[in-house]
Design a protein around this ligand. Structure first.
Ligand SMILES: [Zn+2]
Length: 344
């Protein structure tokens, strides 16, 4: 509605009906303040507002003018506050909408990025899988994503690693058991050892145990004897110790001290040298020892890892499952422990 029309509507017979104008104004303003009008009503209210000002300016009743002015100021303030509230609402709505959009975009970006990562991990796995196919089975793979193919732990009693770097713990305790008149082993392997020897014998072979459990004192004696042998050959004491350590392990670092190792030779050939591998006893043992839980502990191709010369007579008990797995993978004990450690 236009301003002129408003003004006209309050004139009756040329006289301004001010009381009616006030009533209308109150009604309008009241509805605006109650927040139940839309913008167009506000605009209408503004027109009335202007009309009032133009009318009031021409009134001579100062009291009434002052009263109107104060009232109008109050109403104007309220109208502006309402507008501000409306604007604020719109602002909050837009801000919320933007926030939601930003959130969705971030979510999509994160999701896409994650997918990329999964993809790249998959391709790394694929590459390492391919590599595994190419490299020899003897190589320890370091793919920690894989699960171990065997349910063994490096802390299992039968996997205790005893070598130059891992000496027998001071509190290591186990029970000994005789397997013949001169040989003792850890009682937990006695049955398996006896069965292996008996089965070899039943094949017409004649295996002889030349070393089984050795106390640390005995180990020390053997070690000193070997060192002296080298010294008598003209080696310096340092060189003699080094050379001796390839043949006789340093006291505290021999598997014989934990009763899990057996040196077995053929009765027909009892010299501890490489020719031992050509005896029928060793051929049978190498082929079958894993079925009784034993492994040939120091194979010829693992000297760099075991730090022990090839000993085709030293068998170490690790348990049937471990022994078969090690044989299948071509692991010596150090490599097998390394393999298991990556899953622990
Ligand atoms: Zn031995």
């Amino acid at each position: 509605m236009k301003k002129e029309k408003y003004i006209k509507s309050y004139f009756v017979k040329g006289e301004l009906n001010i009381s009616r104008m006030i009533d209308d104004y109150y009604d309008y303003v009241g509805s605006i303040i109650k927040d139940d009008v839309d913008i167009s009503s506000e605009e209408e209210a503004e027109i009335i507002h202007d009309v009032f000002f133009s009318v009031i300016e021409n009134q001579d009743d100062l009291d009434r003018n002052a009263k109107f002015s104060a009232y109008l100021e109050d109403v104007t303030r309220k109208i502006l506050a309402k507008r501000f509230r409306n604007n604020k609402k719109i602002f909050i709505m837009i801000a919320s909408l933007l926030l939601v959009i930003v959130f969705i975009i971030c979510f999509i970006i994160i999701l896409t990025h994650k997918n990329d990562n999964v993809k790249s991990e998959e391709s790394v796995e694929a590459v390492s899988y391919d590599n595994n196919l190419i490299v020899s089975e003897n190589t320890t793979t370091n793919n920690v994503e894989q699960k171990p193919e065997i349910d063994s732990k490096t802390t299992d009693w039968n996997l205790i690693l005893v070598n130059k770097d891992n000496v027998v713990p001071d509190d290591y305790d186990f029970e000994l058991k005789d397997i013949d008149s001169a040989s003792q082993v850890d009682s937990r392997i006695a049955e398996a050892a006896q069965k292996m020897l008996n089965d070899a014998k039943s094949q017409g072979l004649r295996p002889v145990i030349c070393s089984s459990y050795r106390s640390t004192d005995t180990q020390e004696l053997l070690y000193k004897r070997k060192v002296n042998e080298y010294i008598s050959l003209g080696f310096s004491s340092v060189d003699a110790e080094r050379e001796a350590s390839y043949w006789v392990t340093f006291p505290g670092s021999s598997e014989h001290e934990v009763g899990l190792a057996l040196d077995i030779v053929s009765q027909n050939y009892q010299i501890l040298d490489q020719n031992q591998e050509n005896t029928d006893v060793q051929k049978w043992l190498v082929d079958n020892c894993q079925n009784y839980g034993f492994v040939l502990r120091y194979p010829t191709d693992k000297k760099d890892i075991t730090k022990i010369n090839y000993e085709p007579w030293h068998y170490r008990y690790v348990g049937v499952e471990n022994a078969k797995f090690m044989k299948e993978k071509g692991f010596c004990l150090e490599e097998y422990i390394q393999y298991l450690k990556q899953f622990e």
